[in-house]
Design a protein around this ligand. Structure first.
Ligand code: G16
Length: 553
């Protein structure tokens, strides 16, 4: 049923179960979102939970995946019916996640809606997602996402506006009832922000000297940003950015910048006559992978190198206030913080947990093992920013990626690190595995694992990570099981909050080596004993029925 008043109609709807946002918004199969009123219910819940949007500005865009354009039209009409004064929408429905954050902040918007399932595959059979970002430009904190979820559990109607679709393919201004719609260039505000942070002349000179780079945009949102900035403003040769045109199905590939899904980039950087620098970004351009010629950089090391060298970069030359990392991220950045006497925070997985620390000025740089790094310039992780940070570092030091990272290890020691993912595992089996681990926590404390034939480790701490936000006092529990050894080695277990099929078990492994002679050991070899311990303690093989991880990063 639908009741029409002055173009605004109130549509009767029914509750859909399971609209609770995960680590980063609501992510489901496209076909789930295509059910009648499914998207509308969630969007109305946002308008109900954030009444400030009435009369305010909303930023709207997404990663270019299938269903984005249709969803943008639906949301524009609902925004008009819910009294939003102005919407800034990216041309072609495109806005990278960090660009949304930048634009919310620059134009003092009340918030933004990002249509993205990030690195998850796209297309009619792929995934779709939606998340709400708040006034600081960052992902809504749990208090708000939970309120949105609660609103979806009682919803009975939503408001929409009857009008023709807006032409979002062309820049321009339109009206929808009393609401103004401005179709904006997705790149220009973001490019201007980057120019203020980095030494573009030094990077231009680096390219002009014949240095080469390969940026793989994975047919996703970073393409237009990287092409305009790296090839356009910074003068890199045409062809430096590959897969630079966003495709609705990402070319059928998995837009996740890690050595498994960005294997083509890795192959190019391992080839003879490889470029000096390689980089990739994910579906919505907030993740990054960087690599040198014949040399992979782990995201945890990347964060540590950035923190150690921040003073060399224009935007951070005045010094950084502190650093933060998600709990499963390696402690490489902690070593830098210790030496530079900087505060260092450990938060649960999810960029939303960095927001309060950044707003309070407690930290400047943040990072996660899941190929995410960022700073206080926006309130999201930022793939193109991270690549520009590295380019700036290469340009002003004149060193190679390998030289920079190996010198870093010499100074701070090496934190060997790997994540083993078991994707699309049976949900009950995955929950059983976590429950089994939890039940062992009390008895693991202080245990000498060598006595069980499990490598020369003694457990210093075994717990289920809980975080007390130092700014707002909120507490988040059950954020991952940590088993920390007396030598600082760690095995961490979590279930992903971003998957859409069954459960994904993530096993994070870390071992520290101060001795330079050890630094050349192959990572999986260095972590071998911990891999065995993880399997034994969690009974991974028997409980998941898997012989090997789906993805090893
Ligand atoms: C999101 C979050 C990140 C998190 C990642 C993985 O990234 O923003 O903070 O590290 O998911 O989360 P999980 O381990 O729960 O799958 P993205 O790039 O998917 O938005």
């Amino acid at each position: 049923m639908s009741v029409l008043t002055m173009g605004v109609s109130t549509v009767t709807t029914q509750v859909y179960a399971g609209q609770r946002p995960g680590t980063s918004g609501l992510r489901k199969k496209v076909t789930v979102f295509q059910q009648p009123h499914y998207l509308e219910n969630f969007v109305q819940a946002i308008f109900d939970v954030v009444p400030e949007l009435k009369g305010g500005t909303l930023v709207l865009g997404g990663d270019g995946r299938y269903h984005n354009r249709a969803a943008v039209q639906t949301i524009l009409k609902m925004a008009a019916a819910n009294g939003v004064a102005r919407v800034l929408v990216g041309q072609g429905a495109l806005l990278s996640t960090p660009a949304v954050s930048c634009i919310i902040r620059k134009y003092a918007a009340v918030g933004g809606i990002v249509l993205s399932a990030s690195h998850n595959p796209g297309g009619p059979d792929g995934d779709f997602g939606i998340k709400y970002n708040v006034t600081n430009g960052g992902p809504a904190p749990e208090k708000i996402t939970e309120a949105i979820y609660q609103a979806t559990t009682t919803i009975s109607e939503y408001k929409t506006y009857s009008a023709a679709d807006i032409d979002i393919e062309s820049l321009g201004e339109y009206t929808l009832g009393d609401m103004q719609v401005i179709v904006i260039d997705p790149v220009s505000d973001y490019a201007e922000l980057m120019e203020g942070l980095f030494d573009f002349s030094a990077i231009r000179a680096w390219f002009a000297s014949g240095k080469r780079m390969r940026f793989d945009a994975m047919s996703a949102a970073s393409g237009p940003y990287a092409t305009r900035i790296i090839e356009g403003i910074l003068g890199a040769p045409k062809g430096t950015v590959v897969n630079g045109i966003p495709l609705e199905d990402f070319g059928g590939l998995h837009p996740d910048p890690n050595p498994v899904y960005a294997d083509d980039l890795v192959a190019h950087l391992m080839a003879t006559n490889a470029p000096d620098f390689g980089a990739a970004s994910d579906g919505d351009a907030d993740r990054n992978m960087v690599l040198g010629r014949n040399f992979l950089v782990t995201p945890s090391d990347s964060l540590a190198v950035m923190a150690a060298n921040a003073k060399l970069i224009k935007g951070y030359a005045a010094g950084i206030a502190g650093v933060a990392r998600s709990m499963p991220t390696s402690c490489a950045v902690d070593a830098v913080a210790k030496k530079l006497n900087l505060p260092c925070f450990e938060t649960p997985t999810g960029w939303k947990f960095f927001g309060n620390l950044l707003d309070a000025g407690k930290v400047t740089l943040c990072g996660e093992e899941s190929y995410g790094t960022g700073s206080n310039h926006v309130r999201e992780k930022d793939g193109v920013w991270a690549v520009l940070f590295w380019l700036n570092l290469l340009a002003i030091t004149g060193k190679s990626v390998e030289e920079i990272v190996t010198a870093h290890w010499q100074e701070y020691g090496r934190h060997f690190y790997s994540r083993h993912d078991y994707e699309a595992v049976d949900t009950a089996a995955a929950n059983g595995l976590m429950a089994h681990l939890r039940s062992q926590l009390p008895s693991l404390q202080g245990k000498n694992l060598q006595e069980q034939g499990l490598g020369a480790f003694t457990v210093a701490l075994a717990d289920d990570f809980a975080y007390d936000d130092p700014i707002d006092g909120s507490r988040s529990e059950q954020q991952g099981i940590r088993i920390i050894m007396t030598d600082g080695s760690r095995v961490v277990f979590r279930l992903s909050g971003t998957g859409t099929e069954g459960a994904t078990l993530r096993v994070y492994l870390e071992k520290f080596a101060a001795d330079v002679a050890q630094h050349g050991v192959e990572t999986q070899k260095a972590l071998h004993d911990l891999i065995v311990i993880a399997d034994q303690l969690a009974q991974i093989k028997t409980r998941t029925g898997r012989d090997a991880a789906t993805v090893v990063t």
